[in-house]
Design a protein around this ligand. Structure first.
Ligand SMILES: C=CC1=C(C)c2cc3[nH]c(cc4nc(cc5[nH]c(cc1n2)c(C)c5CCC(=O)O)C(CCC(=O)O)=C4C)c(C)c3C=C
Ligand SMILES: [Fe+2]
Length: 429
């Protein structure tokens, strides 16, 4: 296949197309072969047969994808626990198998021989629900939990990696108002799957869970939609379930200096984490019915921003800097002293900034006429202490009246990998 043919939308291969070509013996189409490169180039051209959904985000690179990648619309986040008695070799083999699968999934390929099993007495290599779909900008971001290094009792070294535990990687403390449920918190490994299409994200997690069997099991997972933070100025700022623009003051993917200062782990950390980051997830229930009965004045006081434009209460458009010194006619601060944006602002937090990349979620309703929905908050920062600092400063936040933190997790996200490496390989060297 020539480069020109490879980028022709009309012949950009879908999962089924790829299988067909493997079946007819197209030379080198297997992983790593010359044909494989052509397939990647085709997919990288970003155009599928339907003209929109065939885009590939490269899996390899200095940093893992899914962090500064322009936020896709859909999330399936999964937390895994290693099975009791799993060994270091099991963990390494799992990360190797996940890496090989992730490379294929992110290229929009079916796993192994796909749904056309050579032996009908065995389950097919791929579960099949993404058959006919394209890569859909799928990104898979892998993280390692603290317990992986220390064991459940914090006094063990089940996988022989304790010596590589970074000093800064300590579990999150309890926060005021935490109402955490163990069934939605923690985990030895996490995988953040983001894509344009929920079927693609779910397919990826499902197949990674299947591959993990006998070594790790799916502990809990969360579906999300309608990204609540932009990571690129090319994206319109989305709205959260309270109807406010969310992500206005986020760190953007082109802010190189800010990313180095606040997101990417730097030089003094263990080698396997340099270029990595830490992922915090917080499942935050939003009491939507109460909020919907709250006056617009109060809603805007809570955030310190206007609902329509997203601009600060002190005036100007969405991206105008808030003036925290401004007062109204009565001499009171125009932006309430407990407004969310005041307390979350870097000025209140020793300059700490975090990269937010969360999603709305709705898990159905609770049988009392209330929606079980909110924000699946995700942030990336070079040190978990940066999140802790911001979260602790939100203690008097007016928003707390309308939210409940019900799930939590912290994972170290190793640096990205080159072709031929597996995720977190440097941790085992
Ligand atoms: C600990 C970190 C944060 C949590 C938890 C959090 C929850 C949360 N936030 C919103 C809605 C908005 N947040 C906004 C700004 C904002 N929030 C945080 C941090 C946390 N938010 C930061 C660091 C910032 C930026 C502050 C700044 O630099 O000005 C905004 C305003 C628009 C924006 O800049 O994004 C909204 C709206 C909800 C609904 C929520 C929990 C459910
Ligand atoms: Fe916020």
């Amino acid at each position: 296949m020539s480069e020109a043919e490879a980028t022709d939308p009309a012949i950009t291969p879908t999962r089924r197309g790829l299988l067909g070509m493997i079946g007819t013996g197209v030379a080198g189409l297997a992983l790593g072969g010359a044909g494989g490169a052509a397939v990647t180039a085709a997919a990288l051209a970003g155009t599928g047969a339907d003209g929109s959904s065939g885009s590939v985000v490269p899996f390899h690179g200095a940093h893992q994808a899914g962090i500064v990648t322009p936020a896709q619309d859909r999330l399936h986040f999964a937390s895994f626990r290693m099975v009791r008695g799993a060994t270091r070799d099991d963990l390494i083999a799992l990360l190797q198998d996940w890496t090989a699968a992730a490379e294929q999934l992110c290229r929009g390929e079916a796993l192994g021989t796909g749904i056309e099993s050579e032996d009908p007495l065995l389950p097919p290599d791929d579960t099949g629900e993404a058959e006919g779909l394209h890569a859909g900008h799928l990104t898979l971001t892998f993280g390692l939990g603290h317990q992986l290094f220390t064991g459940e009792e914090d006094d063990a070294d089940p996988f022989g990696i304790r010596a590589k535990l970074p000093d800064t990687f300590t579990p999150l403390p309890s926060f005021a108002f935490d109402l955490l449920e163990a069934t939605q918190s923690g985990g030895d490994l996490c995988v953040q799957a983001c894509a344009d299409d929920p079927q693609i994200a779910v397919h990826a997690i499902r197949n990674l869970a299947r591959i993990a069997i006998g070594r790790a099991h799916l502990s809990w997972s969360q579906l999300g939609f309608g990204r609540t933070s932009s990571t690129s100025r090319d994206q319109e700022t989305p709205r959260n379930l309270f109807g406010f623009k969310d992500g206005t003051m986020n760190i953007m993917s082109d802010e190189r200096a800010a990313l180095d200062a606040h997101v990417w782990v730097g030089g003094s950390a263990p080698e396997w984490m340099r270029g990595g980051t830490y992922l915090v997830a917080r499942k935050i229930l939003m009491t939507i019915e109460t909020w919907d009965r709250t006056s617009l004045l109060e809603q805007e006081r809570v955030f310190g921003r206007t609902k329509r434009t997203g601009g600060p209460a002190t005036g100007g458009g969405e991206f105008e800097q808030p003036d925290f010194t401004a007062t109204n006619a009565a001499g009171e601060p125009t932006i309430d002293i407990a407004a969310h944006v005041r307390l979350a602002h870097p000025d209140q937090n020793g300059g700490a900034r975090i990269l937010r990349r969360g999603y709305n979620y709705v898990d159905g309703s609770n049988g009392l006429g209330q929606m079980g929905g909110g924000l699946f908050f995700i942030s990336f920062q070079r040190d978990p202490a940066m999140f802790v600092r911001v979260q602790q400063s939100l203690k008097p936040d007016l928003l707390n009246e309308y939210i409940r933190h019900i799930g939590s997790g912290l994972w170290a996200v190793p640096r990205g990998i080159a072709q031929g490496e597996f995720v977190a390989q440097a941790l085992f060297e």
